[in-house]
Unconditional design. Structure first.
Length: 304
């Protein structure tokens, strides 16, 4: 059993304990945390509390997380937009609102569930039972090209390419405001936010190296259409880096404004180009995931 401990700060004083835990434990769903509360696995200052308990500054919070049982992930007949497939790997175009792999409280409807139905037992197992075939991830609301491995040898080779930063990744994004420069680079380490554990941040003390190159494609005055080239692939890297310049992604209510005038479902971010050396043939391959409909419509609105 894992024991997690937190001390409530002034900013969160008066917040319900279930909401507090959802903020500091982003890997757990709200329903899973409420289940732990019902099972008296959450205590404050040594006493078990209910979900409606409101935190006070200095509260010592302890969360007991039972050892995870190896889940029985079920294949699901979910349509896949496949850009390429052979006996070693496939490249899929992930839609919006789809989680890449199962986690506590998200065991259904993920890309892994869909890929398991499509590939059967032919998926690499290096990343464990929750992430068969998964070499790299993109956020739930980020669309675009994603690599899946069917075989362990191919997975190891591609993971090494990823580590060496030799996999080509080009993203398209729309950011708030008018970027001053036509192109630039953000070189700043990204790590967990020191206060809000649900977010990432530029973290010089505990972050990992993160480099994003950006180039302006089109200007709209109140927004800018850009291409981003990743050297590294940290969680929320593009979102954090662009927000650090004062230009968060449109629709990104986590790192930008809570206002969403274009009624977007999450950030305007698309993994458009994915290039790598094929692990079996050594041939360089490159794939383009076309811009999704919501992104095209957003650009049309901005051009008007």
């Amino acid at each position: 059993m894992e024991i997690m401990k937190f001390v409530a700060d002034t900013e969160r004083s008066g917040v319900r304990i279930d909401r507090y835990l959802a903020d500091v434990c982003p890997d757990f769903s709200r329903s899973y945390l409420q289940k732990l509360l019902k099972e008296q696995m959450v205590s404050v200052n040594g006493k078990a509390v209910r979900a409606n308990y409101k935190t006070q500054t200095g509260d010592e919070i302890m969360l007991q997380v039972p050892d995870m049982q190896i889940p029985d992930i079920q294949p699901e007949d979910i349509a896949l937009d496949i850009l390429y497939e052979d006996e070693w790997l496939l490249v899929v175009n992930k839609p919006k609102d789809m989680v890449v792999h199962p986690s506590a409280g998200h065991m259904e409807g993920t890309l892994v569930n869909a890929v398991m139905a499509h590939c059967g037992e032919h998926l690499s197992g290096i990343n464990g039972v929750l992430r068969p075939g998964i070499v790299h991830r993109i956020d739930k609301d980020t669309t675009g090209a994603l690599l899946i491995c069917k075989e362990d040898g191919a997975h190891r080779d591609l993971a090494e390419q990823l580590k060496e930063h030799s996999i080509k990744r080009r993203y398209r994004a729309v950011v708030q405001g008018n970027l001053k420069e036509d192109e630039g680079t953000v070189d700043a380490p990204v790590g967990r936010h020191p206060i809000d554990r649900k977010k990432m941040a530029i973290n010089h003390k505990n972050g990992k190296e993160a480099v994003t190159h950006y180039k302006v494609l089109e200007r709209f005055g109140n927004a800018t259409y850009i291409e981003c080239r990743l050297e590294t692939g940290r969680t929320h890297q593009i979102r954090v880096h662009m927000a650090s310049l004062g230009h968060p992604l449109l629709g990104d209510t986590v790192y930008g404004s809570s206002k969403n005038p274009y009624h977007l479902q999450g950030q305007a971010l698309h993994a458009m180009i994915l290039g790598f050396r094929h692990p079996a043939t050594g041939e360089y391959m490159e794939f383009t995931a076309p811009l999704p409909e919501y992104f095209e419509k957003l650009l049309e609105k901005l051009r008007k």
